[in-house]
Design a protein around this ligand. Sequence first.
Ligand SMILES: *Cc1c(COP(=O)(O)O)cnc(C)c1O
Length: 409
Amino acid sequence: MDRDACVELDRQDPLAQWRDVFECPEGVVYLDGNSLGALPKATAQRLDHVVREEWGTGLIRSWNTAHWIDAPSRIGDKIARLIGAEPGEVVATDSTSVNLFKLLAAAAKLHAGRPTILTEAQNFPTDLYIAKGLVDLLGGAHAVRVVERADLERALDDRVAVLALTHVDYASGSFHDMPRLTDAAHRRGALALWDLSHSAGALPVDLNASQADLAVGCGYKYLNGGPGAPAYLFVARRWQEALRSPLTGWMGHADPFGFEARYRPAPGVRRQVAGTPPILAMAALEVGVDLWLQVDLPAARRKSQALGDLFIRLVDTIDGFDLEIASPRDAALRASHVAVRHPQAYRVMRALIDEGVIGDFRTPDLMRFGFAALYTRYVDIWDAVRRLDHVLRSQAWARPEYARKLAVT
Ligand SMILES: *Cc1c(COP(=O)(O)O)cnc(C)c1O
């Protein structure tokens, strides 16, 4: 394997033309699309139009004329096509954390006789914090039960209201067997809630084929919605009338402009919207989602697996620097990023970023490298691993400034 072979792989790549759709700054190898997706070139133009025309000229009329008011449902219906859901089962709204809160609270209320939210110790921190915050609020008998991954199925008993898991592990990139665990939850009478933040746009997801009940996910990672983009939530059609959002805001009311004295939930998943949608952010999210609707998803999956395989193969050739692949080596068991363990992971990543290779760090000792299939080239993998080799060999990571932690890593 050499650099020319990577150039040749790029020449044969059926997805190669997608790179042009994104801003890819010169001299940067961007391997962090799993944390913040790259900027689609169309986004700036779209936002300019929404700001100047829809807001500036249309003013408040644009809620009707530019269909702002439909944005949560319209964008939700588009996201539904990426995650195996039906129109009317998804809305784009709020953040992933807030959506988790709403759906966990609704699930706990629906199964009021069951006190447990079951999850796993390696779940994403916000998922654990939100669940714990909710049970504190509920008081009484409610509890979050946090078990190791291997013990999840055994821990499912008839006290569990909802099994709440993140599909793809943010650290290792391994992923759960969604149909199997959903079925295990159902056999115990529990609901299954899936966090798809690291899944949509990274690997195929089919919520309805898995019989999933509830799901949430993030708009700013693989979906390229922009920093802090609105998130989405899914409620399977069969639960929509039974589930009540705890955030009974007017935008989830059956008649928001009826200004009724009492709350009446909107039919369907729309009741899960609480307040006024952030239209500028929604517009940016919609550009990213519209792009994804044109992508050959199985081809994107194949390419990100091939990029990950190549990355692992090249990292394996770096000898003597305590690097350890902390993700499944089998691409069939891995989502779209690879974690590499190193005792000085934070400092190595900082030095690597200064060398123009942007990944990220997850405490205590993981460097993560994401392989967003639409804009990552094979030659980027080659260059990234060569620069990693250089940072280790030159000890560029040992500079004292890299010992100081930045706010965001
Ligand atoms: C990124 C991510 C989130 C983000 O939540 P926010 O509310 O958008 O900050 C939540 N859960 C998982 C699993 C994530 O990967």
